[in-house]
Design a protein around this ligand. Structure first.
Ligand SMILES: Cc1ncc(COP(=O)(O)O)c(C=O)c1O
Length: 373
């Protein structure tokens, strides 16, 4: 083999104001440089217990099965379907964006018959529409909803859908990839059975872990399956045996990521959930106001706009790709473009976790003033 001639790599420090990942606190980087230990070392097991305990607080749940899957948010989504769906099962999914659509793809790959409850991108799904579909399909195994639709910036209210699902056997699966740590995610109060998230958005750890919490109702459904879960890696019963009291080896834990998540969660606790939500809300409002001042129009439905992700329609005099490239290359600011049918039409500007700072808003508006003048 020839000698590798590539030099050191020095990625730039970017201000991450896209749809995720967000910036990471230096304490989290420091935590990651701790020594690697084994996956059954008592010290890593304590770290995992602490992660579970802190996640229960942030998910606002008492669910015993609360852990972090060793992969990104998409693995949380896959786990939420592959564990509960058996071929031919029906699922009802509210589809008002890119990630809700991905949910339908994941569910159908698991063999589910998917009922799509469609809504225009940029709008929340009316609870009554979801409930009507559930009434028509009382046998539905899962009702799937995205809390914060990162493709559109819309927040989906859960109270009524949750109350309906709690009355029957249908499991409510919630995608809180974008919202967890930046907005209330009331798993127990809303009656959510399975809720998954990601490490890299409002929790501000690096990408690579997917926190998930599972109700006892969902665990019962899982235990009463007639067929084996098709995925070994995402099998929640096996994961529970590793994260829970039995401590049975399942996979080699990414211990550096566990250190990182533990530290990031400690930072969330130091700030406190209420203060953190308020910070996201206040600065989200401020960003929206500033962007409107430039001539951008807010895309998401009023009253249901995410604080941590602002979607704006581009005025026709702003070049999407060129302007975002200048923001990145000249000002080190990352801003997201539109996904799917919204490509070239909207921007998605994030204020997540560590990146949710007034000085970042100042940097972005200052840079835009220079570029657009
Ligand atoms: C709402 C939502 N769900 C799922 C995902 C997939 O997560 P990941 O990219 O961490 O796999 C994302 C990613 O942006 C998301 O925003």
């Amino acid at each position: 083999m020839e000698k590798w001639m590539g030099g050191d790599m020095h990625p730039s420090y970017r201000i991450l104001m896209g749809p995720g990942p967000s910036n990471v606190h230096y304490r989290v980087y420091q935590a990651m440089s701790n020594p690697i230990i084994g996956y059954l070392d008592p010290q890593i097991l304590t770290c995992m217990d602490e992660i579970s305990e802190m996640l229960r607080g942030i998910f606002q749940t008492k669910n015993r099965v609360t852990l972090a899957i060793s992969a990104t948010g998409s693995a949380g989504m896959e786990a939420s379907f592959v564990n509960f769906i058996e071929p031919g099962d029906r699922v009802v999914i509210g589809v008002n964006g890119f990630f809700a659509d991905r949910m339908t793809q994941v569910a159908s790959r698991c063999g589910a018959k998917v009922i799509r409850v469609e809504e225009e991108w940029g709008k929340k799904i009316e609870a009554e529409k979801m409930i009507q579909a559930l009434r028509e399909h009382p046998e539905a195994k899962i009702c799937g909803v995205v809390h914060g639709e990162t493709s559109t910036g819309v927040r989906q209210p859960l109270e009524e859908i949750g109350a309906y699902c709690q009355k029957g056997n249908t499991l409510l699966v919630l995608d809180a990839v974008t919202t967890l740590g930046g907005y209330d995610v009331k798993v127990d109060e809303w009656g959510v059975d399975v809720c998954y998230s990601s490490s890299q958005k409002c929790l501000s750890a690096p990408p690579g872990l997917s926190p998930i919490t599972v109700s006892s109702k969902a665990m019962e459904t899982l235990r009463s399956r007639k067929t084996k879960v098709e995925s070994f890696y995402l099998d929640l019963i096996l994961l529970e045996k590793y994260w829970g009291e039995e401590r049975v080896y399942h996979h080699t834990a990414p211990v550096s990521m566990f250190y990182a998540l533990r530290e990031a969660l400690r930072i969330v606790y130091e700030e406190g959930l209420e203060a953190r939500f308020k910070r996201h809300e206040m600065l989200g409002d401020r960003l929206k106001m500033e962007l409107e001042g430039f001539g951008f129009k807010l895309f998401a439905q009023e009253g249901y706009r995410l604080p941590m992700l602002t979607s704006v329609v581009l005025p026709d005099w702003i070049d999407d790709v060129k302007t975002r490239a200048r923001l990145l290359n000249e000002y080190n600011i990352e801003v997201g473009g539109g996904l799917g049918g919204l490509k070239g039409k909207i921007w998605r500007v994030g204020l997540m976790g560590e990146a949710c700072k007034i000085r970042n808003i100042h940097c972005l508006t200052g840079a835009l003033k220079e570029i657009l003048s």
